[in-house]
Design a protein around this ligand. Sequence first.
Ligand SMILES: CC(C)(COP(=O)(O)OP(=O)(O)OC[C@H]1O[C@@H](n2cnc3c(N)ncnc32)[C@H](O)[C@@H]1OP(=O)(O)O)[C@@H](O)C(=O)NCCC(=O)NCCS
Length: 151
Amino acid sequence: MNAPLSPAPLAIAPINDTDVETVVTLWQRCGLTRPWNDPHSDIALARRRDNSTILIGRNSGAIVATAMVGHDGHRGWVYYVAVDPDCRKRGYGRVIMAAVEDWLRQAGIAKLQLLVRRENAQANAFYLSLGFAESTSVMFAKWLDGRDPTP
Ligand SMILES: CC(C)(COP(=O)(O)OP(=O)(O)OC[C@H]1O[C@@H](n2cnc3c(N)ncnc32)[C@H](O)[C@@H]1OP(=O)(O)O)[C@@H](O)C(=O)NCCC(=O)NCCS
């Protein structure tokens, strides 16, 4: 039987210990890892408290989508939004982001913010399609261990 062309069902659940290596590999395949971010540490930190988690989307048991979501007590943030390169344009990105929004609503958070690299045209188009508007605010950043700024 051929795979369906319309959006296939995506089962969403928080990450398990056994998912970690598959998720890191997916992030690497999606170009989301950076030398200054250790994905294993990022996952461990996001799982440490109940104000953040990593949502996993599975189709037929296979991990095809992820999103790290959390809040700081005021705003919600999302990172590591990824859809398997072999499974794009099927609506999985939209579905995992809807789960992110639900997770934040349940936490009582009213606004979701996110950062996109300017050169990431596909992600910019994706978020515009989902109803996000570009902010006019400037982002400032500082490493708290004193190292030089990273891009
Ligand atoms: C961005 C990403 C998550 C989109 O996932 P996806 O499953 O292909 O997205 P969907 O199929 O749910 O698409 C949702 C909407 O975004 C639009 N969209 C998705 N990818 C797009 C692209 N490359 N160019 C233009 N529009 C795009 C779709 O057309 C769709 O709009 P519509 O419903 O109005 O037709 C995926 O391409 C990805 O993992 N990219 C690499 C990692 C990344 O850059 N993540 C974001 C970091 S900030």
